[in-house]
Design a protein around this ligand. Structure first.
Ligand code: HEM
Length: 210
């Protein structure tokens, strides 16, 4: 009971942080240059369609992803399937645009590699989640979805860590180089740790749609 409550509280914290960053990303997609961070502005202005599609579809994936882990009234397999397809397409479009933008990211080779591997990780884990459910391997599908969302959540961890590290190192550029890795590697490790600790308690199955 206490464990279930703790899980629900953790889920709502993830949702709330995700909503804040998704709103910011939607504002970026809608308002464009007016809200681009000064250090990234020129690169975004050179490829506005890339940042707009990346931020828009990233926000969609961020908003709908957590509901796929939800169990309870109103959730059934049909809804899970449709929301899942939306998540898949949003990850694919945001990930491809993110991969493209990684080549032009601020900070040089270290950030190109950091963000580039993040994009490849997102596309791989989300693709693996899709193929495993096509093969009806439910436990494997759930594990890949947890990894996929842990990577999407890099957009939240980045925005928590960046101001702290910029202040600590007294500069945006050195902080950004570290953040290109720090925003996602610990998320993936946390997901692995969670999957190992949760391996003996599978989630409840979803009911069929009536
Ligand atoms: C998980 C895979 C992701 C990758 C590989 C990725 C990659 C990138 C890259 C390379 C940039 C440009 C950085 C630069 O030019 O220096 C960027 C910026 C941005 N991304 Fe992502 N991103 C990801 C997830 C997301 C998600 C899920 C969202 C939305 C919730 C998002 C929203 C944004 C926004 C709004 C910016 C503009 C920069 C800013 O205003 O802070 N990203 N991303």
């Amino acid at each position: 009971m206490i464990r279930a409550n703790r899980r629900t509280i953790a889920w709502w914290i993830v949702v709330a942080l995700g909503w804040l960053v998704a709103l910011y990303a939607l504002a970026t997609a809608a308002l464009g240059a007016k809200v681009y961070p000064p250090d990234l502005r020129d690169a975004f202005l050179a490829r506005p369609w890339a940042i707009t599609s990346h931020a828009f579809f990233g926000a969609i994936a961020m908003l709908i992803g957590p509901w796929q882990f939800r169990r309870g009234p109103g959730w059934n397999r049909r809804r899970h399937r449709w929301v899942g397809r939306g998540y898949l397409v949003a990850c694919l479009l945001s990930g491809v645009a993110g991969l493209f933008m990684a080549f032009y990211s601020f900070g040089g080779l270290v950030t190109h590699l950091g963000f580039g591997l993040l994009a490849i990780g997102l596309l791989t884990t989300t693709g693996a989640a899709y193929w495993s459910i096509r093969a009806k391997r439910v436990a494997e599908h759930r594990a890949w979805m947890i990894r996929s969302y842990a990577l999407i959540f890099a957009a939240v961890t980045l925005r928590i860590e960046l101001p702290v590290l910029t202040a600590t190192l007294q500069g945006f550029e050195p902080a950004y180089r570290i953040i290109a890795w720090l925003c996602w590697v610990p998320n993936l490790l946390a997901a692995e740790w969670y999957l190992r600790s949760a391996a003996t308690r599978p989630s409840d199955p979803l009911p069929e749609a009536r």
